[in-house]
Structure formats: structure tokens, C-alpha cells
Design a protein around this ligand. Structure first.
Ligand code: MSP
Length: 513
């Protein structure tokens, strides 16, 4: 079985500081990376910054800073954000790095060699904010100017010599690929929009610009800069040392298992990128997943709308894990989600502090008092114990399958239900009334501890630090977490020590409480 797993986030424009939308893509990717790792996969997880193009050049000019210096600074804030979000990315790529530039120029030469690139002239609309071309019927008038209908970003007229990529040539190949690989574009709800765009007739794509300089030069024609999306998309293979396709890293990890992106950049990933790859005879990624947007007050967060929620401020106030939990649980994955501080506080209080935190404290305190502070060793499972333990064992493969279909909602519901059931089990079994029945008391404690361990394992991809804090009860370290051990009912060793742990989550005092 292929035990390698390669996941990528979009590479972020360092035109402004990171916001919640960026944090969201990265946290979700980290969730998958961590899950796959505890399930025995060798994981490569790539993120980074997309630093070329007119958008970045203008942002730097506006601040009168040298463009590379400008990129250095903001790229660093994204790199720091990765640390703040506790991401386990294995690489961080910047498109201004030599390894990337060489790779892009090589891909260009390959496309040229295969006769997929020709020189002509582009006349049409261009949005610098989206770094995208728009046809006449994709723009509208707005306050005396023109804007793209889909993104509402301003467009400008462009009229210049440009190289073109023969996108039209790949139309049927793409449709054929979507057809044969029904999961290539996910979630399924996003497939139709891409397919109808392709079916409506693909025009050749302008892939170079002459009127500015901030980018990678076209090999053999230094007047032209390579289109920033052709440049940016290549990051997914330049990080694996393309064009050296014989090296171990490339062989292990390409094609990528999943490019995780926001739905606004689906066309680039599900149409242009596979077409470039087909033309260069490179295998296509297995899946492109377009997640929804994080909305603030029902609107997409964006700098121009001034409704940016700063992830750093939220983390300072509530801590990282509550934010990770909240984004993963409350934004139904695949759809848009409105976020609010109030709901975040509810999540902390009910799910994290009451359901998980309390359960951990309660069972450890009970075991310390009644079982000499050790995992009980004389136990005998009865039906009601096996019923909740079996739930993990019986669903192990289903959980794996759901994760491979990016069904995060199933995963989190499973955890929330298990927490609810375990709290109920501990209450219903009333171990405090069983002080004369040692084996029964021991078994209830053992079962509850086992479930705490199992749930902590499942929570690890979502709230890694808190999960590790909970696992201190058993002195279990990060590298010991194995998803497969969820099927083991006797994982905890009898007589091993139980440690008292600090409160995992502080409840938020709400004004109207
Ligand atoms: N640089 C390109 C991506 C190139 S990938 C080869 C880009 N950068 S971006 O910084 O503008 O956006 C990066 C990602 O953040 C996109 O996937 C976008 O969908 C996501 N988000 C930006 N705002 C968002 C929300 N409000 N909510 C969720 N994600 C959103 O596009």
C-alpha cells in the first residue's frame, strides 16, 4: 500500500498580513497531515508564499519599499503564523527562491518544446487583485469603472504582446479526466461549475506580461515575465525538486494526494494547472478540494472590505486550540461559514471545557482517590463497557474512509458523540456506589480511561497541544500516538501511574451568565 501522503495549502500572497481565511486553509491542511501521520503515513505538507506579479509589485511601491525586501518581511509573518498555528508543514516555499525559479523556467521550456506555447497579442480585461483575465461577459460597470462580476475586483484593460498557452487544445482531455476521476474536483458540489466552464469552450491563456518586471523571466526572451499563476502553481512540484523527477522526494510524493484551496481559486487549480501538467506530460494531482469561505458578518473577509478578523488577536484572547477546534467544527467543511466570537465561546465552554476537559479531570480524580492513582489491573468487561469501546474498533476503517473523502464533519461528530456517551456512561455506571465491588469499579474506571485515551488520540489532529496535555495522564508522548491502537481495548497497562493534569480549558465567563 502507498503509505506516502502529500498535501498542500495555497501559497499566500504576501500583499498584506495573514487573516483568518489564510489561517483556515492552513489549519485544515494541518488536520489532515496530522491525521495521516498518526495513521502511519509518511507525510509531506507544503505551504508558502506567492511573491511575484503586479499585485505584489504595486503593494511594495505603495509603501516605497524594495519589492524583495517587502516580500521578505511579509513572507516572514506567514512563516511565523505557521508556527503560531502549530502547523506541521515539512517545507515552506517562497516563489522568489532559486529552486522555484529554475523549476518554473524548466516547465516553461517543456511546454514550449511540446509546442504548447506561442507568441501573440493579448487585448482584454485583467484584475490585478485576482491576477486573472476576464472575458467581456465576466465584467460589469461599477461606479464608472469596470469590475469582475465574480470577485467584484476592479479590472483594467490590457493590450500587449504576450505568450499564450494552448489551453484550448486540452479541453477534451480535461473533460475526459474529470469523467474518469470523479473525485478529482471535490467537494462534488463544485464540480459542475468547473465542467460547464470547460465545456463552454476554453480559450488559449495569456501566460506572460511585458509591462512590469517583478517575476520570473521567460527563458530566451527577457522582455517577458511569466504569468504569476503559471509561476505560482508550479510551487507544488518545485518543492519536490522538479525537474529532477528521479529524486526520492519527487518519486515518493508526486502526484500530490490533495491540493487544498479556497473555492475562489478552483479554476486555476482544476483547469489551468492540470492542463499545464498534461502538456508537460506530468501526472496530475489526485484531488483538488475547494473549501468554502470564512465569512465575517455574512461577507468574505478581505482587506478591501475592512472586515478582517485577525487570527493572532483571537489566539491571544482564547488560545490556539480553541480557535482550531472552532474552525474545524463550526465551519461545515466545504461550505461557507460565518464566524462569531460568541459561538467560539460557546464551543470552548460546552465541548472543550465541559465535555472533554471535565471528563478527563473527573476520571483521573476518581482513579487517584479510589484506585491508588494507578490504571486498574483486575478488570472484566461487560456488555455496557464493550458497547462503547467497540464503537472505536468497529469504525476505524470507516473513519479512515471518511477522512480520505475529506468528511471532517463526520470525524468531529464522532468525537462529540463519543464524549457525550462517555460522560453519560460514567454517570450511569455510578462507580462511586461500587466501592464494595472492586472488579466492577475497576472496569468502569479502566473503560473510561481507555476512552479518554482514544478520544485524545482522535483530537490530536484538531487540538494537538491540548490532546498532548490530556495524554500526560498516561505519560503518552506524541510519537506514541497511533490511530490503529484505537482498536485495542487493553492498551493501557494495569498498574501504570495516573498523573493529575492541569485544567485543560478555562471556561469563558459570559456577560449574561
Ligand atoms: N496566491 C494565490 C494562491 C496561489 S496557489 C498556487 C492566492 N493567495 S491568497 O492569499 O489570496 O489566498 C490564499 C487562500 O486563502 C485561497 O485559497 C483563498 O481561498 C483563501 N482565503 C482568502 N480569504 C478567505 C476567506 N475569507 N475564507 C476562507 N479562505 C479564504 O489566492
Amino acid at each position: 500500500m502507498d503509505k506516502n501522503f502529500y498535501i498542500t495549502t495555497p501559497i499566500y500572497y504576501p500583499s498584506a498580513k495573514p487573516h483568518m481565511g489564510h489561517a483556515y486553509s492552513s489549519i485544515i491542511a494541518d488536520f489532515f497531515a496530522r491525521f495521516k501521520r498518526i495513521d502511519g503515513f509518511n507525510v509531506s505538507f507544503l505551504t508558502g508564499t506567492d511573491e511575484h506579479g503586479l499585485k505584489i509589485q504595486r503593494a511594495a511601491e505603495k509603501k516605497s519599499i524594495n519589492t524583495l525586501k517587502f516580500c521578505d518581511e511579509i513572507s516572514e509573518t506567514f512563516r511565523n503564523l505557521s508556527k503560531t498555528l502549530n502547523l506541521t508543514n515539512t517545507d515552506f516555499i517562497r516563489t522568489t527562491e532559486k529552486r522555484h525559479k529554475d523549476s518554473v523556467q524548466n516547465l516553461w521550456k517543456e511546454l514550449e518544446k511540446n509546442n504548447d506555447i506561442y507568441l501573440s497579442k493579448y487585448s482584454g480585461w485583467y484584475s490585478v487583485s485576482d491576477e486573472a483575465f476576464y472575458a467581456d461577459d465576466e465584467v460589469e460597470d461599477f461606479e464608472g469603472k469596470k469590475q469582475a462580476i465574480s470577485s467584484k475586483s476592479q479590472v483594467e484593460w490590457m493590450d500587449e504582446e504576450s505568450y499564450f498557452f494552448r489551453l484550448s487544445k486540452w479541453q477534451n482531455h480535461l473533460l475526459d479526466h474529470y469523467n474518469k476521476n470523479p473525485e478529482f474536483i471535490s467537494p462534488p458540489s463544485r464540480k459542475n461549475e468547473v465542467i460547464s466552464f470547460v465545456k463552454s469552450g476554453l480559450k488559449d491563456l495569456s501566460v506572460s506580461r511585458k509591462s512590469f518586471s517583478w517575476g520570473i523571466k521567460v527563458p530566451n526572451n527577457n522582455d517577458h515575465i511569466i504569468y504569476v499563476w503559471l509561476d505560482a502553481l508550479t510551487n507544488y512540484i518545485s518543492a519536490l525538486n522538479y525537474p529532477n523527477t528521479e529524486n526520492e522526494i519527487y518519486k515518493q510524493f508526486w502526484p500530490a494526494d490533495i491540493h487544498l484551496i479556497g473555492k475562489d481559486i478552483l479554476r486555476f487549480h482544476a483547469v489551468y494547472w492540470p492542463a499545464f501538467l498534461l502538456a508537460a506530460k506530468i501526472p496530475l494531482p489526485k484531488r483538488v478540494y475547494g473549501h468554502g469561505w470564512i465569512l465575517s458578518g455574512e461577507e468574505k473577509m478581505s482587506k478591501s472590505k475592512g472586515n478582517i478578523l485577525d487570527p493572532i488577536k483571537i489566539i491571544e484572547k482564547y488560545g490556539l486550540d480553541p480557535l482550531r477546534y472552532y474552525l474545524i467544527k463550526e465551519v461545515s467543511f466545504g461550505n461557507d461559514g460565518n464566524i462569531s466570537q460568541e459561538r467560539l465561546e460557546d464551543c470552548i465552554n460546552s465541548d472543550l471545557a465541559n465535555n472533554f476537559g471535565n471528563l478527563c479531570q473527573r476520571v483521573t480524580a476518581f482513579a487517584i482517590k479510589n484506585c491508588l492513582g494507578k490504571v486498574p489491573d483486575k478488570i472484566k468487561f461487560e456488555d455496557e463497557d464493550l458497547k462503547i469501546l467497540d464503537k472505536f474498533k468497529d469504525n476505524l476503517n470507516l473513519i479512515r474512509q471518511k477522512i480520505d473523502n475529506q468528511d471532517i464533519n463526520f470525524y468531529i461528530d464522532f468525537i462529540v458523540n463519543s464524549l457525550f456517551e462517555t460522560n453519560k456512561y460514567f454517570n450511569d455506571q455510578e462507580p462511586w456506589k461500587k466501592k464494595e465491588e472492586t472488579i466492577r469499579l475497576n472496569t468502569i474506571v479502566y473503560t473510561t480511561l481507555e476512552i479518554v485515551r482514544k478520544i485524545s488520540y482522535m483530537l490530536y489532529p484538531i487540538i494537538p497541544q491540548s490532546s498532548l496535555n490530556a495524554l500526560k495522564i498516561f505519560d503518552i508522548k506524541e510519537d506514541e500516538i497511533k490511530f490503529s491502537s484505537l482498536e485495542d481495548h487493553y492498551y493501557l497497562k494495569g498498574k501504570s501511574m495516573i498523573n493529575k493534569i492541569d485544567i485543560l480549558f478555562k471556561k469563558i465567563e459570559k456577560e449574561n451568565d
